[in-house]
Each structure stands twice: as C-alpha cells, then as structure tokens.
Design a protein around this ligand. Structure first.
Ligand code: PGA
Length: 279
C-alpha cells in the first residue's frame, strides 16, 4: 500500500484529484469507480477545476458508483444519484449514459446487482476506484463481517453507519436500513484503489486498515491484498499509525516514481492477470 499523509484536507483532495486526472490524461476512455460521502467532495471539486483549467476531456469516461440506498429514487436529495450529479457529474458535463449507479428502486434488487457487475465487465473493468472509509472500517457499504470476496449485493447498514449518515437526513429514522453495494471482491478487481480519510474519528479504522490484520471485522483491511492501493489522509486520520515516520520516508524515497500502476495503460502487466495466465 502507498501511504501518503498530506498537510490538510485540501492538500489531500488536491493530490487525489491529480491522481484521478492522471488516469484520464493517460486513458481518455477510463472507467472511474466513484464514492459518495463527505470525504471525496474536495477531490471532486478539484477534479472539476482541473477539467476546466486544462480542458481535460471526460466525454469518453465511464463511471460506476460503489453503492446506493435501497428505496430512494434518483430524484431524492439524499440519494447517491443526486449526490453525484450535484458534486461531480454536472461540473464535468457528463451525460447520463456515461454514469452507472445501482438502482435502489429496482423491482428485483438481486438482479440489479448482477446486472451492475455485468456492466462493469462490459466496460472493461474499473481503472481506478475511489473509496472513503467508515468509522467502523467499512468500504462502500461493506460493513464488518462482510465477505472479503463478496460481490455486489443487498446489504444491511450497521447502526454506526446509520448514526453517522443521519446528519444528511431529517433524523435517524429517515436513514434507509439497507443498501445495494459493490462487494469487497468487486472492489479489489479495480486496477488501482485510491482510499481517502480525514478527521480524528477515522484514525482507528485507518490504522487498522494499514497496520492491523486482514479481517472481515475491518473490511478496508482487505486493501492490503490489492497490488496497488493508494491511501491518502491528513494528520488527524493518521494519528494512530505506529509506523508513520517510515511511511513518510518511503513516500519521499519514491517521490520520482509514478503513482499509478503501469497496468492501467498496459493491462498485460497486471500481476493478477499474469497469475491467471500461468494457471
Ligand atoms: P464520509 O463517509 O466520507 O462521509 O466520512 C465515508 C464512508 O462511510 O465510506
């Protein structure tokens, strides 16, 4: 895992936006995996700025979002559809057909999850997956106890997540109890994972993700299995890292190295593909 601690939320967001922009600069038809929540809002703001300043072309990009609440129509202000249009899609001038979000109103939710996975496959797989982390260590809506090999499915939210997300709703009663979410297995197939954290309330989950054992009790720890996960945070989220000085040292040492895996542009260099080919 590449661990970077930026000086504050703004610097973290800017760095993350540069990484996503780099994917699009190198691969105009990139497939971007996106996340909702407060954490990536700054990343999206900087990405829109970069797109405007550089006239970076997003017309061939395809996006997939990690998750969506069950039972909220796209028009609901707290749906992740609405979030994405407000914070990113509108600003980038994306067309509806470029974007893919799970439909929390689908009549057959299990079928919707299967179709979503199929759409990811048809798009050629996700090049970079943006992630936030929950205070309970979740990624997407994969809560503690989720299968580390899980696929997109209907999931029940943890009481902690319901409490955390109640700030966006009138009260806790209004927070949906279930959601559709990519599985950890789905997320790990992305060519690159970019996970962000800010705030002291993430410090335990963040240190567990990086320094704890790989465990379904802390779903983000599954990223230790990914060949190219980039973890960027600010000092408050980094506060409980035991080897922080070492991570800073490594970060300085590899300052002139590319931050993106070579296999985004050259899929044959993906070590996981090689492993499959060798079987
Ligand atoms: P947050 O949520 O960015 O709003 O803190 C992150 C998450 O729950 O994945």
């Amino acid at each position: 895992m590449f661990i970077k601690v930026e000086r504050d939320y703004e610097a973290m967001s800017q760095r993350a936006a540069e990484i996503v922009a780099d994917v699009v600069r190198g691969k105009p038809a990139a497939v971007l995996g996106l996340a909702t929540g407060s954490t990536p809002v700054g990343l999206y703001r900087h990405l829109i700025r970069i797109a405007r300043e550089e006239r970076l072309d997003f017309r061939q990009v395809t996006t997939f979002n990690l998750d969506e609440y069950e039972g909220l129509p796209a028009s609901h202000p707290q749906s992740y559809h609405a979030f994405m249009w407000k914070h990113l899609f509108e600003g980038l001038g994306l067309r509806d057909e470029q974007t893919n979000l799970l439909d929390g109103m689908a009549r057959d939710l299990a079928e919707e999850c299967v179709r979503f996975e199929e759409r990811i496959r048809q798009a050629g797989g996700i090049d970079i997956q943006v992630l936030g982390i929950g205070a309970d260590g979740h990624i997407a809506f994969c809560e503690p106890g989720s299968s580390l090999a899980g696929r997109t499915s209907v999931v029940s939210l943890h009481p902690q997540t319901i409490a955390d997300n109640s700030r966006f709703f009138e009260n806790e009663e209004h927070v949906p109890r279930r959601a559709l979410s990519m599985g950890i297995g789905t997320i790990l197939e992305a060519r690159c994972c970019l996970i962000l954290a800010n705030g002291a309330n993430k410090a335990d989950a963040w240190s567990g993700m990086i320094e704890g054992p790989i465990s379904a009790m802390l779903p983000a720890s599954a990223l230790q299995l990914h060949p190219w996960a980039i973890a960027i945070c600010e000092p408050a989220a980094a506060a409980k890292l035991r080897h922080l000085d070492y991570y800073r040292h490594v970060d300085r040492e590899r300052a002139d190295q590319p931050l993106l895996p070579p296999w985004i542009l050259q899929p044959e260099r993906d070590p996981r593909r090689r492993a499959v080919a060798a079987v």
